[in-house]
Design a protein around this ligand. Structure first.
Ligand code: NDP
Length: 308
């Protein structure tokens, strides 16, 4: 039985001897990651149909940013077929992938690596996961929408590029620190010309759209007593609210949005959609057991020892 709760570190890779096909999620911290539960449950179900998945296993690794280069070299040497990247490694991974797809290049961030002879190929499935779950949970398309994104980190980058690729009407990006706001706008560059507006979270502009889609891509809300990152009182109740945080399942932002009668959802479906896309790429399978993955995540969040 695989210990999905054990946290491995760089040193474990030197003597890595798992005999099957290995996968990993790398981040710092990593204890909270639900990816091993999501993928190992999927492998169990897939192994009932195809023998080859019987020895597939997914592990979690705490990798500080300064060790990422060495860790990826060792992951490759030990033939880990796929690696997921989480905070704070998504941007740094751009320096280490041997090839990068066009969407990930635009986002300037990688969340999924796939083993190839020469090294790892990098892609980013976060934007895809966001768009699919906005459609399924909030029943809207990004196309033609006024979108407000809160945050300027890795998740906000993926969201911003996805909104532009899907031809949103306007994009408003708000952040606390100005330097990171500058960085994200520089990264978007010509792609967002004429469409993208910036603001500081401490001072909302008067012309900020009152309806459309609001996406929280800040980490404010992860703490049980965190306030909402934005005052919702000036928005119309038709505003749709997408909270990327999924643990806790209901942040202060979501609580207020619900009180105001706004349609809203958390980021759990985004997590499963981006993960299912990565699994399709690793397996080459057209269909992966996405509802099994979804149920495994919901179950683990109901179990306090795992959900923390
Ligand atoms: P980063 O660390 O790259 O960025 C964090 C962002 O949060 C920055 O914009 C930062 O602003 C902002 N922030 C942090 N603390 C505060 C605060 N006290 N007040 C206002 N803003 C704050 O993280 P990621 O972009 O990788 O992730 C952001 C969130 O999205 C996380 O909660 C993560 O769990 C979630 N996420 C969910 C996914 C899903 O599948 N559902 C996928 C990816 C991420 P500043 O620059 O001012 O410090």
């Amino acid at each position: 039985m695989i210990d999905t709760e054990r946290i491995y570190i760089l040193e474990d890779l030197y003597n890595w001897d798992y005999p099957g096909t290995a996968f990993a999620v790398a981040g710092d911290p990593i204890g909270h990651s639900l990816s091993p539960i999501m993928y190992n449950t999927a492998f169990l179900v897939m192994a009932r149909v195809h023998e080859k998945y019987k020895n597939w296993a997914y592990f979690k690794f705490n990798i500080p940013e300064q060790d990422l280069g060495m860790a990826l070299k060792l992951f490759h040497k030990k033939q880990f077929l796929g690696i997921s990247l989480t905070s704070p490694l998504k941007v740094e991974t751009m320096k280490h992938a041997t090839s990068i797809d066009e969407v990930a290049k635009k986002m300037g961030a990688i969340n999924t690596l796939t083993w190839e002879n020469a090294g790892y190929n990098g892609i980013n499935t976060d934007g895809y996961g966001l768009e699919v779950s906005v459609k399924s949970q909030l029943k809207i398309n990004l196309k033609g929408k006024d979108v407000i994104i809160l945050g300027a980190g890795g998740a906000a980058r993926a969201a911003a590029i996805q909104c532009l690729l899907s031809d949103c009407k306007t994009l408003w990006i708000g952040n606390r620190k100005e330097d990171r706001l500058n960085e994200i706008l520089k990264m978007i560059g010509v792609m967002g010309k004429g469409k993208v507006n910036r603001f500081n979270l401490a001072k909302l502009p008067k012309d900020l759209p009152k309806t459309g889609l609001l996406i929280n891509a800040t980490s404010l809300g992860l703490g049980p007593n965190d306030p909402s990152p934005i005052d919702l009182s000036t928005f119309d109740s038709s505003l749709k609210v997408f909270e990327m945080i999924y643990n806790p399942a209901e942040t202060q932002l979501l609580r207020i949005a619900k009180e105001k009668g706004m349609t809203c959802c958390n980021g759990l479906r985004m997590l499963v959609e981006q993960g299912a896309k990565a699994l399709q790429i690793w397996t080459g399978a057209q269909e992966v057991p996405i509802e099994t993955m979804w149920n495994a995540l919901n179950e683990s969040l109901r179990t306090p020892s795992i959900a923390r």
